[in-house]
Design a protein around this ligand. Structure first.
Ligand code: GDP
Ligand code: IMO
Ligand code: MG
Length: 430
């Protein structure tokens, strides 16, 4: 059985957690390959709303084992808090249920302090990061001076490495950003305690995943962030510092090409973005309020991790086609169809205009995205409440037409349509 991959096809928050929860029922292992606690994945089960930042969302199913792959950057403080929160919600996470890669990198308070200091002073304006220390941790990784999960296996070595890391970061904090330094001994003591608690979870997860696949079991790769936030393929520099796209699942988990099965792209039926950067179909006014919601409902468009109101707009099929290409998507999973009920007419961006021409593909990748003007196709929309619909045939014709346009333009079949945040609020298409 293969590795199936669930990937965000937009700027993150597409509803990956909700779709992973669905597919996890048939998987032995759910594995995250990148990012850190900048992610916020929501799974709603009855009255309980789980918000996962680090631990793979599959953990909510009692039979699945979670893997945190080598491509991740892990803040042990958040991880332990998340474990405690899950336990409170009736999902304990003992070592038998979670394996953390030796080669994943660690995020420290020094990384967080640097993220905040850099955001404040960034030339050319803020990126709008989640301030979780993600960028600085990946910088240390690429500079070959990072702290790795495996470093927690040797107490003395860990203390030396943490202190050297804090001292080095202090130099940057004080000299470049006029920010407060951290106490290296204090951070080293914190990490000694994290190491004591997390040691039983540390493993060579590449070996483990190979074995699971060799045993004929199914592994699900859980994407974090989204295609357009990819460091290479996203809207640089307004991106994250990792590779949310599907091909990176192999590098971030220590698997080879022969492992891959389906690659499912999750996309909302409209577009959202949190943080700065180009967004051609962005709306304000009444349409935006309608798409965003007021914040009363847990699914309204306010960041899971930071609580920031998300920017919202019409679905952009030029960007979706781009996501199909760079991920190799085999099927699409649509979310939040229920939100479009009663919003009439609906618009979908099918091309861009720029330089006196119409473009179906951007001429220079995502470069200069903000300078293009969306070309919209208008659809009538529908009034019916779709939240209780469970079959394709019961969806309003206008909703099916909207979905057909997505399929026709992306050339990828829609396999699933989510009509609400709950587990069962789903239309699966044969
Ligand atoms: P992720 O980061 O991709 O896992 O997405 P988030 O959890 O950050 O944001 C998606 C939000 O939409 C969450 O609040 C989900 O509960 C909610 N959600 C997912 N699918 C649907 C849906 O079909 N309808 C509605 N109303 N909410 C949904
Ligand atoms: P999930 O997994 C949406 C965005 C931030 C910012 C940029 C860089 O829930 O889809 P970072 O802290 O990563 O350096 O911030 O990336 N960002 C996300 N936006 N969903 C996410 O994760 C995100 N993770 C990072 O808002 O614009
Ligand atoms: Mg999210």
């Amino acid at each position: 059985m293969p590795l199936d991959i669930i990937v965000g096809a937009q700027w993150g928050d597409e509803g990956k957690g909700r779709m992973v929860d669905l597919f996890a029922s048939g998987a032995a292992v759910v594995a995250r390959w990148g990012g850190g606690d900048n992610a916020g994945h929501t799974v709603t089960v009855g009255d309980t709303v789980f918000k996962l930042h680090l631990i793979p969302s599959g953990i909510i199913h009692p039979h699945t084992i979670g893997v945190m792959g080598n491509g991740m950057v892990i803040n042990p403080e958040t991880l332990l808090a998340e474990m405690a929160k899950l336990e409170e919600l009736g999902v304990p996470v003992p070592p038998e249920r979670l394996r953390i890669s030796l080669n994943a990198h660690l995020i420290t308070p020094a990384h967080r302090a640097l993220d905040a200091a850099q955001e404040q002073q960034r030339a050319g304006g803020k990126i709008g990061t989640t301030l979780r220390g993600i960028g600085p941790a990946y910088v240390d990784k690429a500079a070959r001076r990072g702290l790795r999960v495996g470093d927690m296996l040797d107490e003395e070595d860990l203390a030396d490495k943490v202190k050297a890391h804090v001292e080095n970061t202090n130099l940057q904090l004080t000299a470049l950003y006029n920010a407060e330094p951290l106490d290296p001994d204090e951070v080293a003591a914190q990490f000694a305690e994290y190491a004591r608690q997390l040691k039983p979870y540390i493993a060579d997860t590449s070996v483990y995943l190979h074995q699971v696949l060799a045993d004929g079991k199914r592994v699900l790769g859980e994407g974090a962030q989204g295609t357009l936030l990819d460091l290479d393929h996203g809207t640089y520099p307004y991106v994250t510092s990792s590779h949310p796209i599907a091909p990176a699942a192999l590098v971030g988990l220590g698997l080879g090409f022969n492992a891959v099965g389906e690659v499912v792209g999750v996309t909302k039926v409209f577009q959202t973005r949190v943080g700065e950067g180009g967004f051609p179909t962005e709306q304000d006014g009444a349409v935006a309020e309608r798409l965003r919601g007021t914040g009363e409902n847990p699914w309204d468009e306010f960041g899971t991790t930071t609580g920031r109101p998300r920017r919202v707009g019409w679905l952009d099929l030029v960007l979706l086609r781009y996501a199909v290409r760079v991920n190799g998507l085999t099927r699409l999973a649509l979310t939040k169809l229920d939100i479009l009920s009663g919003l009439k007419p609906l618009k979908i961006c099918v091309a861009y205009e720029g330089g006196g021409r119409t473009h179906r593909e951007l001429p220079l990748g995502l470069r200069g995205l903000e300078d293009f003007k969306p070309v919209y196709q208008e659809l009538p929309g529908w009034d019916e409440d779709v939240r209780a619909v469970r079959t394709w045939a019961d969806l309003p014709q206008a909703a099916r037409d909207y979905i057909h346009l997505i399929e026709e333009q992306s050339r990828v079949a829609v396999g699933w349509v989510s009509v609400g945040p709950e587990r069962d609020q789903l239309v699966a298409r044969g």
